[in-house]
Design a protein around this ligand. Sequence first.
Ligand SMILES: Cc1ncc(COP(=O)(O)O)c(C=O)c1O
Length: 392
Amino acid sequence: MTDVAERLEELRDRGLYRRLRLVDGPQGPQVQLGGRQVLLLCSNNYLGLADHPRVREAAAAAAMRWGAGAGASRLISGNMEPHRQLESRLARFKGYAAALLFGSGYLANTGVIAALAGAGEVVFSDELNHASIVDGCRLSRAETFVYRHGDLEHLAWGLREAGGRGSLIVSDGVFSMDGDIAPLPQLLELARGHGCRLLVDEAHGTGAVGPGGRGAVAAAGLSGEVDVVVGTLGKALGSYGAYACASAETIDYLVNSARPFIFSTAPPPPSVAAAAAALELVSPDRVERLRANAALFRAALGAEGLDAGRSQTQIVPIEVGAAEPAMELCERLLEQGVFAQGIRPPTVPEGSSRLRFTVMASHRADELENAAKLVGQTARELGVAAPQATAA
Ligand SMILES: Cc1ncc(COP(=O)(O)O)c(C=O)c1O
């Protein structure tokens, strides 16, 4: 039997030990942490809807009308009007014929990928795809070809090598740790050219990019063209749960084959109603505020000599390298009232530990400007992540 204590010790030795922080109160642009108010720069509540009064009221009203839980899976007795309504609204929002709710984005990706690919086939997955995609590929029992990040030539080579066994190309739309956007038109062209489906995970795109916050697929003009779009209700939509959008036939197939859908309790009505209320609040105005805040924050970090890498969106990473200095920078910033979690392997590749800042539409410009100054100053003091300053 594996010695758990030894494994924990090993994680500590490698600087990879994780512990939970406790937030006291709702998720706003500032939160209470350890009895102090801190600026929240690591939440995926991008549009500030998790604590919006209309969203909270919708959850409370649904709890009173439908109950706290669905009590069973959708295919047994847990299918309710709020599920049906949200699915049709999400499908319309995304420009698809149909949608299907899942318990979470993690469950959606594992379920959809394993349903669409199987033994003897090949799935093509970007090396920086989210862990839920990686696990979906594993569960599918298909061979997985991991192509270099955004490298279309590498992907095309893999597709040729698969000799007709390719079944699915899968990519984050907005990459969760780098904030860049996948080359979606080219991915679709390759998928079509090789008889594969394309699945795009819009976890960080929905509510954040594209026309009216419809996501990276819509921004590329590919709504209804990409075969399956997965998204979560847990980020810009401020709730919990997830969905897949596709043709009516594909959704019908997922109802009959996606195991996390079939063998898990239906999403709770309060979460579903909260997401439906949030969807009504995803306005071009909110999305524009998020975009402008992200641009402002990237520019302010740049003025401090800090490089946000490939970021084009509200996800703004500052790469440090090793895990320990990344965590030290994180803790030093927290002491000064800026909360941005350090991200380490296996969430990011070895040697690319970072602070992953996430901007919200509800942040004020001066909050972001001051935070960027503090990050620059602290990074210089520690001698990390600030090449211009450390070279001087
Ligand atoms: C790209 C991506 N996909 C899927 C998920 C999982 O979504 P959820 O939090 O709803 O399980 C995440 C969450 O971190 C993500 O970043």
